[in-house]
Design a protein around this ligand. Sequence first.
Ligand code: ADP
Ligand code: MG
Length: 339
Amino acid sequence: MSKIKLLDEKTKAQIAAGEVIERPASVVKELIENSIDAESKFIVIEIKNGGKSYIRVTDDGTGIDKDDIDYAFFRYSTSKIRSVEDLNHIYSLGFRGEALASISTIGKVEALTKTRDNNMGIQVLVENGKIKEKNIIGCQDGTTMIVKDIFYNLPVRQKFLKDENVESNYIGNIVNKLSLGNPNISFKYIRDNKMTLKTPGNGDLSSCIYSVLGKEILKGLIEVKSTYDSIKVYGLISNNNVYRGNRSHQYIYINGRYIKSYFLSGIIQECYRSLIPINKYPVFILFIEMDPQLIDINVHPTKQEIKFKNEKAVKDVVQGIIRDSLKSGLKIHDINFTE
Ligand code: ADP
Ligand code: MG
């Protein structure tokens, strides 16, 4: 008797969802990234109970057309790429077409959306990956996604979530990363009815850092801005007086995407050798822009890891630029914002 059986659709969907959605913070990340990809200028994030019972992300972006709304919740359906080759020149944060399908498999979703070209908006209620109600409604341009009761249908996954405070902190970290990476967008974060973050969205990185990380940190940063070998590196990094006991204040963005990279934080750390005490870590908010063909972002479903095709070239350029800035610029960054 054969032992190998094809899994049913629901089980397949739940397994696939598990790769993208680990916890409420993963939902928040995917929703905010969609809002960023939709060219939003203002994004409001509201959560309750660590995001377990309620997550809402509202944007003023392009919206989803009524003809597209069904597809938005299908797995592997995306407006961002058409073929694998497109990955060689991708600048959007999403492209796998998995997030909304996954989120609507593990939580109860309500979407409200309207494009500028439509007079009326559309509301859909989605459960177990299927649209169960669709209504034409009046609403503002842009999109609101509400996700309730994460993992309500997967009690084991629900049990593995941490307490509300810890889950809220995970979400706070995601909001910080995405807002620091997008100073041209105003982010507002409301946690359990309390506004905990608002960034100005005026495009100025210093003002954004001031809102997210505070004045003390900002005062100890110096500016980096240089291009070498078609690799552009810019942002703000510690002078030799500002450091932390861990890597929590290290933010790296490649072509606008927040990434985790031991390789990059390691090579930056090397530039600070003999400048800061051993076992301390510099603070940096660093943007690297390079030809997308020289990186592979499709390494992991959450897309937070990347591979460089030529690590040595990246290392030489990044270290060269940072060492130059540390040598020439050990002055405190000009703070020209209003408190
Ligand atoms: P991906 O982001 O990888 O394309 P998603 O499942 O996250 O996949 O979203 C599916 C599609 O739904 C997107 O390609 C986009 O066209 C549309 N979409 C999702 N969220 C938004 C939003 N906030 N504003 C406009 N369009 C959106
Ligand atoms: Mg997406």
